[in-house]
Design a protein around this ligand. Structure first.
Ligand code: DAK
Length: 256
């Protein structure tokens, strides 16, 4: 199992690289387990303030592993641990950035959507081709695409299985930044380092607050934001941040 996800640390940023090139980084059950376990291992580590999930130049991930799915009976599908993968990723409190080059299809597109931001290479290709296999997206694709693109466009991509390119993804609000060919990982890491320079308790609270906007009505979301804001006010980092501003110097955040 080792080596399907390669982890490296660069300061306060962890980089997780999907590494199954022979199957275009298809998310096999083993790879999903390794990725979820790595994220869960890194999440409580105070030295890790942002995580980048990346594939290779050619492919982010070509979706769930079709071979493994083809061998699964209906009864097995109901019990399969792959289903919990998506909940485990969604439960991660550390900000997550998807660095996408090449194909992000099916579960690969859903994995990118489950991250908090997406940086894409100009030649990246997104899509939910599940319908062409006789299934529908099961890792959040119908819900997250509809929330980002709106119902009509989500419907088009989910019902046709057509791919869309990085520029289209940016125009539709799915991708934060499209960068020149070859610069995708560097740009994603730069964005991650910027997040990692911010006070880490506040970035986690901010992530929770923004996610709340997708999941609650406005009044509940505002109440949630208020509580999270009050928590941020209780941190030493906010004392430091405000003091540094008034003393006209750079803040030094300790994650306390
Ligand atoms: N699964 C397994 N193997 C795959 C694969 C995949 N998704 N994608 C590619 N491969 C394998 C190919 O079978 C081939 O293997 P060999 O023949 O060499 O043994 C090898 O990778 C190279 O593939 P190609 O020859 O096709 O490579 P190309 O560069 O020409 O094309 C491609 C790359 C990514 C455009 C193409 O491989 C492709 O279209 N792949 C399939 C994309 C796709 O249909 N993805 C959707 C999969 S369904 C769930 C939640 C979510 C899901 C399921 C359950 N639960 C909550 C339980 C998600 C489902 C999906 O994602």
């Amino acid at each position: 199992m080792a080596g399907l996800v390669e982890t490296s640390l660069d300061g306060h940023v962890a980089l997780l690289r999907l590494n199954r090139p022979e199957a275009r980084n298809a998310l096999s059950p083993e790879m999903m387990e390794e990725l979820a376990s790595e994220l869960e291992r890194l999440d409580p580590d105070p030295d890790v303030r942002c995580v980048v999930i990346a594939g290779s130049d050619q492919v982010f991930a070509a979706g769930a592993d079709i071979k493994s799915m083809s061998e699964r009976s209906f009864a097995e599908a109901l019990r399969h641990p792959a289903a919990s993968f998506w909940r485990r990723v969604a439960a991660i409190k550390t900000p997550l950035i998807a660095a996408v080059s090449g194909y992000a299809l099916g579960g690969g597109c859903e994995l990118a959507l489950a991250c908090d931001m997406i940086v894409a290479d100009a030649e990246a290709r997104f899509g939910q081709p599940e319908i062409t296999l006789g299934i529908i997206p099961g890792g959040g694709g119908t819900q997250r695409l509809a929330r980002v693109l709106g119902k009509q466009l989500a419907m088009e991509y989910v019902l046709t299985g057509r791919r869309f390119d990085a520029e289209m993804a940016r125009k539709m609000g799915l991708v934060n930044k499209v960068v020149k060919k070859g610069k995708w990982l560097q740009e994603a890491m730069e964005l991650a380092h910027t997040v990692a320079e911010r006070p880490p308790i506040a970035t986690r609270l901010a992530k929770q607050a923004v996610i709340g906007a997708e999941e609650t009505a406005l009044s509940a979301g505002l109440e949630n934001e208020r509580r999270l804001y009050e928590l941020a006010m209780a941190t030493e980092d906010r004392v430091e941040g405000m003091k540094a501003f008034l003393e006209k110097r750079e803040p030094k955040f300790e994650g306390r």
